[in-house]
Design a protein around this ligand. Sequence first.
Ligand code: ATP
Ligand code: MG
Length: 488
Amino acid sequence: MSKQFPGVQAVNNVDLEIYPGEVHVVAGENGAGKSTLMKLLSQVERPSAGTITIEGKPIHFHGPRYAQSLGIAMVYQEFALAPHLTVAQNMFLGREPMKMGLIDQATEIQQARTLLKRVGLQLDPRQLVSTLSVAEQQLVEIAKALAIEARLVIMDEPTATLTGQEIEDLFRVISQLTENGIAILYISHRLDEIFRIADRITVMRDGSVVATLPRAEVDEPKLIKLMVGRELANLYPKPETHIGEVILRVEGFSRARVLHNCSFEVRAGEILGFAGLVGAGRTELARAVFGADPIDAGTLYLAGKRVKVKKPARAIELGIGYLTEDRKNNGLAMNLGVDKNITLARLPMFGGMLDLRRERRIALQARDSLRIRTPSIRQRVELLSGGNQQKVVVARWLETSARVLFFDEPSRGIDVRAKAEMFELIGKLAQEGRAIVMISSYLPELLNMCDRILVMREGRVAGIVERERFSEELIIALATGAQEDKIA
Ligand SMILES: Nc1ncnc2c1ncn2[C@@H]1O[C@H](COP(=O)(O)OP(=O)(O)OP(=O)(O)O)[C@@H](O)[C@H]1O
Ligand SMILES: [Mg+2]
C-alpha cells in the first residue's frame, strides 16, 4: 500500500500480513505513517496504490462502511462517537435493528447490553455517550466493533488517555478478543505496553516498514534502534542547572473535595515533579494555579509578590504557562497553519502590523529545534500527525516569555526520540532560569529529570522528596499511603 498526500509520502509501498488472533503492534516515530496505514485498512483514506486481500480475496475501495461490513473495525485515536446519542444508538448507528419499518429499540438496547457485558462495561445502554468517561467510550467503541462481528480491530494509541486500571481492563478485553480469533492491530508509543501485549511488532519509519518481527526477537534497545535509525544514548538528558530564587509559591490551595491545603514552591532553574496516582489531584492543582479552576482558599506568590489568578489569561500575562496532555483541548487552532499556531500567544508586531517575516522566522526555528514534521510551516495543524501537533503546542509556549511552565504528561503520544528531545528542551528551559513543574505518571521520567518530587495523594501533598532521597519505592509508598513507617 502507498498513500501520497500533497508534499508527503505518508505510506510508502508497505507490505503487512495480519493473522487471526494475533496482537500486531505497529510502532514508529511521530509522522512515520502509522495512523495513515490504519486509515487505508479501514478505508477512511483511499490508497494511492496497493491492494488489500482478506482470506486471499482482493478487496475494492468503497469507504469505511464497506470495510466495516468486511469485519474491519477501527477504534480512533480521537474518539468518534456521537456524544448526543445514547450508547446503544452509537453502537448500531446506520445498522439499526428494524421491526415493521421502525427502529426496534428494545432489541437494540438488549443487544447493546449483551455486547457491553462482553467488554466488561456495566452501563445502561440508554445513557448518553457524553456522560461517559474516556475509558468507557473506548470500550463502547470496542463493543461496537463486536457488533459488526469484526475480525480485525484497529486501535490507534488506545491507552494514551487511560489510567492504570483502565489500561488493565482494556488489555483483558484485548486478550478475550484474540482468544476468539479476532486480530488486533495496535499502535503505541509506550514501550512497556508494546512488549507486554505484542505477538508481533512492525516498525515503520518515514512511511516504510523497516521490519516485522516476533516479539521474542526484539528487545527495547533493538526496537528503539529500528524506530529511530540509531541508538539513543540518553533517554533522560538532565542538564546541570543553577537553582536560584523562589519564583512561584503556592500556599494552602484548597477546593472542596479536590484539593486540601496544598503548598509548594518552585525555584528558578528547578524542575519539580508531580507524582501520584491518577486522580490524586496533580492536574487539578496545576489547573488551580493556572486559574483554570476556582479555589476556595489559598494564596499565590510570584517572585515574592502576592498575585491573584482567576483566569488563564491572567496567568499567561503573569508568565505562567500550562501545557496540557489533552490533545483536543490544548488550544490548537486546527484550521490555521503551524506558523500561526506557534505565534498566536505572542504575535510579532511591527508598527501595529503583523510582522510576517518574523513570524515565519520564529516558526522555522521552532520547526527545526523541535523537529516538527510538516511539509511546510503554513500547513494546517489538523493535517499533522498527533505527536507533531503536540510539538506545536510546546513551540507556542516557548514563544511566550513564561517564567513558570507546567508540563502535564509531556511525553504522552510522542515517540522515543521526541521524548528525549522534549526532556532535553525542558532541561534547557530550566537552564535559562525558568521554573518547571512536570506532571508525569511514568516514574522513571520524574526520577531522572527532577530536582525534587512532590507526591500527591487524595488531593493532599503527601510529601516532597529531595533528589538525594529519590527512590521508586519511597514515591510509591507516599502515593499510595502504604507503609507509612517508611516515609518518616
Ligand atoms: N490528510 C493529510 N493531509 C496531508 N498530510 C497528512 C494527512 N494525514 C497525515 N499526513 C501526514 O502524513 C505523515 C504520516 O502521518 P500519520 O498520522 O500517519 O503519522 P503517525 O505515524 O500516526 O504519527 P503519530 O505517532 O504522531 O500519531 C505525516 O507527515 C502527516 O503530517
Ligand atoms: Mg498517529
